[in-house]
Design a protein around this ligand. Structure first.
Ligand SMILES: Cc1ncc(COP(=O)(O)OP(=O)(O)O)c(N)n1
Ligand SMILES: Cc1ncsc1CCOP(=O)(O)O
Ligand SMILES: [Mg+2]
Length: 215
């Protein structure tokens, strides 16, 4: 049984970390309640990506928080990450599964209802509903799905899900109420003045939303 909790999933972006070291922000976020971490690097060499992945793996190990690598199966294999996140234009899921192994976590982005129907035939462990809202963190996205998109996709998907895109303390509750198992955020934690506090606030909202308790 794969052991992972999608409740509060941090996706990194060093350009949004207010010049603080990546490990500092990630560790504070984990102390605040982040349950999964994805290393997402769009502009660095393979060497740097690999070195960052190894450092984050060491940083997360004492907390037993899974490290997921964005896009790059080679880096995920090289650092023995717990998981890989792929999108619709990335390496095909079947190939990733074959090379990465059945015990590893594979997440797939779904950008519309048809993607979610197609994903039901694939060997993935979770889906990222992407994007829920427009965001300046990633501009090459499909059309925003909104809360209605989350409702439709979670109803037909066999897999646990996170919403991603424009999520913060103001709308996290709605994401869970619409049917997602968790939220995935970049700027709400990476750019927070106090990442520990930001994660802790989001974590509390998710916990209460799952119990259907008013805040
Ligand atoms: C949890 C999660 N969901 C969706 C995405 C987006 O993946 P993708 O569509 O491949 O886009 P990039 O992140 O590679 O730009 C994600 N990274 N994580
Ligand atoms: C990586 C990614 N995939 C879809 S939207 C997005 C960025 C989300 O960033 P933010 O949480 O800052 O809106
Ligand atoms: Mg991708």
């Amino acid at each position: 049984m794969k052991d992972f909790d999608l409740s509060l999933y941090l996706v990194t972006d060093r350009s949004l970390s207010l010049n603080r070291p990546l490990e500092y922000v990630v560790e504070e976020a984990v102390k605040g309640g982040v349950t999964m971490v994805q290393l997402r690097e769009k502009d660095c060499s393979s060497k740097e990506f690999y070195e960052l992945a190894v450092r984050l793996k060491i940083c997360l190990k004492p907390y037993k928080i899974p490290l997921i690598i964005n896009d790059r199966l080679d880096i995920a294999l090289a650092c023995d990450a717990e998981g890989l996140h792929i999108g619709q234009e990335d390496i095909p899921c079947a190939i990733a599964r074959k090379l990465f192994g059945k015990h590893k976590i594979i997440g797939l982005s779904v950008e519309n209802v048809q993607d979610a129907i197609d994903a039901n035939k694939l060997d993935v462990d979770y889906i990222g509903i992407s994007p829920v809202f427009n965001t300046s963190t990633k501009t090459d996205t499909a059309q925003a799905l909104g809360l209605d998109g989350i409702r439709k996709i979670t109803q037909i998907s066999m897999f646990p899900s996170v919403g991603i895109g424009g999520i913060n303390t103001g709308n996290a509750r709605e994401i869970i109420q619409a049917g997602a198992d968790g939220i995935s955020v970049v700027s709400a934690i990476m750019s927070a003045k106090e990442p520990l506090q930001a994660a802790s606030q989001l974590s509390e909202i998710i916990t209460l939303s799952k119990k259907n308790i008013d805040i």
